[in-house]
Write a protein that binds this ligand. Structure first.
Ligand code: NIG
Ligand code: FE
Length: 418
């Protein structure tokens, strides 16, 4: 059953389509959308909508009418890099960093990710779910209709699986597309102290089990001197390849470890962070079609000063995506619109590049480029409505939520009650 026809009238549409000949933003200042069930069937000028509906074989009275009252409409935002499932928080670590300790020092002293692992293992499934649900609701209220959720704070067969099951439940509880990622290769758990290779061996035996339970859509790792070496990550990626799962990588966040080039060799969906990315890494990503996932929240919060090489990424034609990287240590934000602003102020993206980064390119980073991230016939009917005059205001404002609501899978969602 394709579902009911809906006619969304009088919007100002930023379709974010990149079809040749489309204006900047895919801008359609007097636009309507026709949806049927979960899909967009037609996008175009208000004046042509009625004829389009008829030519699609529907009578006008069949369509449920929704007046958009001139709101700016964008594709539903896509947060394609989050660590949404965890216990506790790290406010004390924030204080320590203000007193002068570095992120790396705290991690080496057994704090950081490890302290969240302890809190996550101690939390019940229900507590993990409720906390993650509240976070996902906040994202939704900010215009997000698709989210990637990583594990990475369980670091054992059982606890990683619990976190992944919680992530899957989010997609059942909310009208949001959820893609889950195993980040078991995030940090070394205490029971494997000094035995990183043994831990990687264990992860390689766990991945097929999580995959068999349908818990993972992709495999990630943290390639860094405080985490895992390229050789260790490669072993994890080999298993992912055997299972037919796409990979992605936390790469070049604190140093140049050659992670992006490794990710590109495995045709990764994305390489993420990338402040210390080299020219070789850029060339490898460009050749492999790997998305550069920039995370201005973590850059800001860790007071990083080395900028990701945005000009060189642009010049090489690498698609740039933007995400919150929501996590309790390096980026405890739940506002993707705020990241649009930071991507411009900190990384010098244009407002249009930033929005493309949280829509079309974010979809690609999840392997969803043929169904999400654009207002386009055949794509999923996910869109966000904004109380602004023009989409450039989404990056211009900060800390000023302007999302009026979202339509997810063709249905208007009351984000205050979702
Ligand atoms: O994306 N870089 C590694 N992982 C997270 C931070 C994890 C944490 O500090 O809890 C990140 O920044
Ligand atoms: Fe991350």
């Amino acid at each position: 059953m394709p579902g009911p026809w809906r006619w969304w009238r009088r919007g100002r549409l930023a379709t974010m389509s990149a079809e040749p000949g489309t204006p900047a933003w895919g801008w359609l200042p007097e636009g309507d959308l026709l949806t049927r069930g979960e899909r967009i069937e037609w996008v175009g000028a208000c004046a042509s909508a009625e004829a389009a509906l008829r030519s699609l074989g529907a009578a006008v009275h069949e369509a449920e009418l929704h007046d958009l009252h001139g709101a700016v409409v964008t594709p539903g935002l896509i947060d394609a890099h989050t660590h949404l499932v965890y216990g506790g928080h790290r406010a004390r670590e924030f204080e320590l960093r203000l007193e002068g300790a570095s992120y790396e020092e705290i991690a080496r002293a057994g704090g950081g990710i490890r302290s969240t692992v302890a809190a996550t293992r101690a939390a019940t499934d229900e507590a993990l779910f409720e906390a993650a649900l509240a976070r996902a609701r906040t994202l939704l209220a900010g215009g997000v209709t698709a989210v990637e959720v990583k594990s990475g704070y369980g670091l054992s067969l059982e606890h990683e699986a619990r976190c992944l099951r919680v992530a899957r439940r989010l997609g059942d509880a909310l009208p949001i597309t959820v893609r889950t990622t195993s980040l078991a290769a995030h940090a070394l758990p205490p029971e494997f102290d000094g035995q990183a290779d043994d831990y990687i061996d264990a992860v390689c035996t766990w991945l097929p089990q999580w995959h068999a339970e349908g818990l993972i859509d992709a495999v990630d790792g943290f390639c860094e001197r405080i985490a895992f070496t390229p050789a260790q990550i490669e072993r994890v990626f080999d298993v992912a390849r055997r299972l037919g799962l796409p990979v992605k990588l936390h790469a070049e966040q604190l140093s140049d470890s050659g992670g992006a080039a490794l990710a590109a060799r495995f045709r990764a969906l994305s390489a993420d962070h990338l402040e210390y990315l080299s020219d070789d890494g850029i060339a490898a990503m460009a050749a492999a079609g790997t998305v550069a996932m920039l995370l201005p929240g973590a850059y800001y919060y860790l007071r990083e000063t080395k900028l990701p090489p945005v000009d060189a990424l642009r010049a090489a034609g690498v698609p740039i995506a933007i995400a919150t990287d929501h996590n309790p240590g390096s980026s405890p934000t739940l506002s993707l619109p705020l990241m649009l602003n930071m991507a411009c102020t900190l990384f010098r993206l244009t407002p249009e590049e930033a929005l493309a980064g949280a829509t079309r390119h974010a979809a690609r980073a999840l392997g969803l480029e043929a169904s999400h991230g654009q207002l386009r016939a055949g794509w999923r009917a996910d869109f966000a409505l904004w109380d602004v005059d023009h989409p450039n205001e989404l990056a211009y404002r900060f800390g000023d939520p302007r999302c009026l609501g979202v339509v997810a899978g063709g249905q208007a969602i009351d984000t205050t009650a979702a």
